[in-house]
Design a protein around this ligand. Sequence first.
Ligand code: HEC
Ligand code: HEC
Length: 94
Amino acid sequence: MEPTQQKQTGWKPGKRDAIFLAIVAAVVLVLVLGTGERTTKPTPKDETHLSATSRAECLNCHSSTGVKPQPLGHTAADQCFQCHLQPEGWRGGK
Ligand code: HEC
Ligand code: HEC
């Protein structure tokens, strides 16, 4: 009677628990590593991009008819630098 009761109340990590913990650890690891890298490309730091100071200028080249169109399904959001890191030394005021 007594040994059985002890088995029921006490918790011993078994094989299934180990597998579960391993999966949790793997998911956490993937999430942590994933946040470390910035996936959106930064705005290039060249003369063209340092001197383009308005969205209209950006879209001269990056609209669907420009030399380097935004990908299909790209957001229509105005604030390019919110996602594409503003290059150091950018000459725009805002
Ligand atoms: C005169 C044309 C022109 C203008 C204006 C221009 N770009 Fe570009 N842009 C390009 C070209 C060409 C490329 C691809 C070659 C390169 O990486 O320089 C590019 C590349 C990019 C890329 C992708 C970089 C990569 O790694 O692939 C981003 C983001 C970008 N531009 C953002 C902007 C933003 C934001 C503006 C406005 C501030 C802007 N561009 C204005 C021509 C332009
Ligand atoms: C809400 C976030 C966001 C905003 C705002 C945004 N973009 Fe993007 N853009 C992305 C993502 C995400 C991608 C695709 C992933 C990548 O950059 O590789 C992309 C891709 C691009 C590319 C193609 C890069 C390449 O080499 O394939 C260009 C060019 C670009 N964006 C230009 C612009 C311009 C110009 C503006 C402002 C008018 C702008 N983006 C605003 C998120 C954004």
